[in-house]
Structures are given as C-alpha cells and as structure tokens.
Ligand binder design. Structure first.
Ligand SMILES: CC(=O)c1nc(NC(=O)[C@H]2CNCCN2)sc1-c1cc(O)cc(O)c1
Length: 130
C-alpha cells in the first residue's frame, strides 16, 4: 500500500545518492560503464555476470531493488568480476584489484554508516510479502 511505496521511493533515493558518489570517485572509473566487448573481446568468456555502476543506476530507476541487500549483491559482483578478470601479478591487474576492493569496502562502509537497520528490515519485510 502507500506506506510501502513511500519506503521503496526512499530506498531508491538513498541508493541513487550512494551510487552517484561512487560514480564521481575517479578510482572507480573502470567500473562506471559496461566493459566494451569490442575493446576487451575475451571479457565475456571469463566474466559470467558482468555488472557496472551505470547498470546499477538503471536498475534502481527500473525498481529492480526492493532491499539494500539486492543492491549490495550487484555492487559486490563488480568487485568479484574485477578480481576474476585481473588475477595476475601484473601492475595493471594489481591496481584494478586494489580499486575494486576500495569500491566494495567504500559501499559497505557507507551503508553501515548511513542506513538505519530498521529501514532495511522494513524493505526485507516488503520483499517477503511480494
Ligand atoms: C573493468 C576491468 O575489469 C578491466 N580489466 C582490465 N584488465 C586488463 O586490461 C588486464 C588483464 N590482465 C592482463 C593485463 N591487462 S581492463 C578493464 C577495463 C577498464 C576500463 O577502464 C574500461 C573497461 O571497459 C575495462
């Protein structure tokens, strides 16, 4: 009912605000757009579930996230993919893994600091009833 729609609207506003801050951070530029398969042809053979911050933003707008947990699953996928595609002891691989770890730790720290537990609980409640 209306209270639920109000809660989900507030969730979308919060998730857009968090995602916008991540996209503005220069460290995370490599994660801001889908990997271009022309430029990186073997990418999709290695990474089964591509994800990026612009896709996360569009999923927020398409109301794909009912809980913060679902949102974090997608941002964690970006981190996981970067580690999977960049496993080598090569300076570039190490740098992009470092940035992926910073992305993951940054988003989890923002959520821990700015999300009220009972707000996420009410989102999980809505998810259960759908
Ligand atoms: C996002 C990601 O995981 C990514 N990984 C790369 N790895 C490499 O190029 C490593 C792979 N190991 C051997 C040495 N090269 S390039 C790259 C990327 C960066 C962008 O700014 C845009 C984009 O579309 C993809």
């Amino acid at each position: 009912e209306q209270q639920e729609e109000d809660t989900l609207r507030e969730l979308r506003l919060f998730l857009r605000c968090v995602t916008d801050r991540l996209i503005l951070d220069r460290r995370f530029k490599a994660f801001s757009k889908p990997v271009d398969k022309e430029q990186v042809p073997d990418y999709l053979t290695v990474v089964r579930h591509p994800m990026d911050l612009s896709t996360v933003l569009s999923k927020i707008d398409r109301q794909k996230y009912i809980t913060v947990r679902e949102y974090l699953h997608d941002v964690d996928q970006i981190w996981e993919n970067a580690l999977e595609y960049n496993p080598e002891d090569d300076p570039y691989d190490r740098q992009i893994r470092h940035r992926a770890c910073a992305l993951k730790d940054t988003v989890h720290a923002i959520i821990k600091d700015e999300l009220k537990e009972d707000f996420e609980r009410s989102c999980e409640q809505i998810k259960e009833t759908r």
